[in-house]
Design a protein around this ligand. Structure first.
Ligand code: PRP
Ligand code: URA
Length: 220
């Protein structure tokens, strides 16, 4: 497949040695559940630091030991993090370290084992999502089906300002996502080679949900 990430103006491929280092550890099949979960959280913090660069702030008065002053704070009520269950929950922990008071919505999707199409099983979003800056989070962008579906669900509930953050993306998923959503900023921690015949990302890290929650043999 012909693919050049630079053709997609909404995509930011993050590039930092600390991020790459942690993603390498995440890929390692000998990384156990505890460490894996911690890495996903740390990576979300590193990615979130970049992706949240333009969030809204407002001025509050604080009194320093010297004088009163007006200084910026994050308008956390306007921020909504939406993990795609299950694996997105691991990233939500990191995003909430950055902005502990942010609102969280949840979207439950799993890929059908045969068709690889996303199946919806849960959706709980804030009623005033239309006024919020929404950050959709999921570590894996493979075929793009889950992320595209989740964006459609967010839009159906009124979300207007959406950003998607993932850890590892396949070219196929980036292409599919951007063709449907050319105006949604997409932050990627690492861009991998391709999908295999089972729609797993290569080299990837395997099944992210299973590795975060230990639901695969030998994970502990
Ligand atoms: C994984 C991942 C994404 C999806 C990506 O979830 O967390 O949601 O696959 O694949 P796609 O781009 O081809 O849609 P999975 O369906 O395995 O569910 P889980 O998190 O509950 O394990
Ligand atoms: N979901 C995962 O968890 N891993 C992949 O490689 C693809 C989809």
């Amino acid at each position: 497949m012909e693919f050049n990430v630079k053709d997609y103006k909404n995509v930011t491929l993050l590039n930092h040695p600390l991020l790459s280092h942690k993603i390498t550890q995440l890929r390692d099949k000998s990384t156990k559940t505890n460490q894996f979960k911690l890495l996903v959280k740390e990576i979300a913090i590193l990615e979130g630091y970049e992706a949240l660069r333009n969030i809204e702030t407002h001025l509050v008065e604080v009194e320093t030991p010297i004088e009163k002053t007006l200084q910026p704070v994050v308008s956390r009520k306007k921020l909504c993090f939406v993990p795609i269950l299950r694996a997105g929950l691991g990233m939500a922990d990191g995003m909430l370290e950055l902005v502990p008071g942010a609102t969280c919505g949840h979207i439950g999707l799993y890929r059908d084992e045969v068709t690889k199409e996303p199946v919806e099983y849960y959706c709980k979003l804030p009623v005033d999502i239309d006024e919020m800056d929404v950050y959709l989070i999921d570590p894996m962008l493979a075929t793009g089906g889950s992320a595209i579906d989740a964006v459609n669900m967010l839009k159906k509930h009124g979300a207007k300002k959406i950003t998607f953050i993932c850890i590892i993306a396949a070219p196929e998923g980036v292409k599919a996502f951007c063709e449907k959503n050319p105006d949604i900023p997409l932050y990627i921690g690492a861009l991998d080679r391709e999908l295999n015949e089972n729609a797993y990302i290569c080299p990837g890290l395997g099944d992210c949900g299973d590795r975060i929650f230990g639901t695969v043999k030998g994970a502990k």
